[in-house]
Design a protein around this ligand. Structure first.
Ligand code: SAM
Length: 294
């Protein structure tokens, strides 16, 4: 195998070609200020393909022959940081308002569909499942499913395995950790493996938010958090109406703490608390947490 030069740099032409491709394939906006980070994230792709420099890599990945590599490139470029119970107030609304309102319907054969869109390693979907099971253990036997999707195949594979190193489970309360994870040891040390009961609530799939969505039924709750921050306004504005269309009339959309729908009314949404949206004509519920009113 060729020895990749450690000083192999991402030249401006290759950067522009890769940035154009990343944008058209996934909506990711790569800015020149992040060039050195992008370069280091892509170096291992050059090594894996035994390519001499970024000029060769960029022309390969942009060519017809580079189609499979494009998935790896997007995986390498995405930021997959996540943690359990991130932005906890959304889980409080899920327990105290959404599930509370849905339970009577679920108990009489109704369904509840939730979507972790941009799920990364699965911490968000697992946090949703734990919240629901803790609030009403009966949900395991009701028609309730969590779909968890991400564009990056590596994180979807990781999430399906549900094996988390000790440092990754830091945000989980001890009692929940004991209930929903089995402790094991592997070469990397102590790991926590999601129990079958937890995993059975979730379906993990690879899905690009910019491509067609295969879901046929309406979704009641969408968590799309810390994903659109990597998209420009044009891409975000293409996404909001699609979320609005797939959302059930009384549904909920949660975005990340630094994300906003700039003109919610224009996209058919009303604001329902910080970073929470519902269709404009949704019956207005007063968000309550499991412990009381917010
Ligand atoms: C920072 S993580 C957020 C994870 C989780 N939602 C959270 O808030 O902790 C962003 C995720 O969005 C995914 N992503 C980026 N562009 C995407 C796209 N076009 N379609 C689907 N997922 C995408 C990335 O692969 C990454 O795993």
């Amino acid at each position: 195998m060729r020895q990749l030069q450690m000083d192999c740099t991402l030249d401006p032409d290759s950067f522009r070609a890769i940035a154009r491709l990343a944008y058209s394939e996934s909506g990711l906006t790569l800015v020149e200020e992040k060039l050195s980070m992008i370069q280091s994230r892509l170096r291992h792709r050059l090594r894996a393909l035994d390519l001499a420099d970024f000029a060769v890599y960029s022309s390969f990945v942009c060519s017809d022959a580079g189609q499979a590599e494009r998935r790896h490139m997007i995986s390498a470029l995405t930021t997959n940081v996540s943690h359990f119970f991130r932005e906890r107030h959304h889980f409080d609304i899920l327990a105290g308002t959404i599930l509370r309102d849905a339970l009577p319907r679920l108990r009489t054969g109704g369904r509840l569909r939730l979507w972790s869109a941009g799920c990364s390693n699965g911490q968000e979907a697992c946090s949703m499942a734990m919240t629901l099971l803790e609030t009403a253990p009966e949900v395991a036997d009701l028609d309730l499913r969590i779909l968890a999707t991400d564009i990056a195949p590596n994180v979807v594979a990781f999430a399906k395995e549900g094996r988390y190193a000790e440092r990754l489970v830091a945000g989980i309360d001890k009692a929940l950790l004991t209930r929903y994870f089995q402790q094991a040891t592997d070469a990397a040390g102590t790991v926590y493996v999601a129990t079958p009961a937890l995993r059975s609530m979730i379906r993990y799939r690879e899905l690009n938010l910019l491509s067609d969505w295969p879901m046929r039924n309406a979704i009641d709750v969408i968590f799309c958090r810390n994903v659109v921050i990597y998209f420009d306004q044009v891409t975000q504005n293409r996404l909001w109406p699609r979320f609005r269309t797939i959302l059930s009339p009384d549904g909920w959309l949660f975005v990340g703490h630094s994300e906003r729908i700039t003109d919610p009314e224009a996209f058919g949404f009303q604001i329902q608390g910080p970073t929470a949206y519902r269709p404009s004509d949704a019956r207005c519920a007063t968000p309550q947490t499991a412990k009381g009113k917010t």
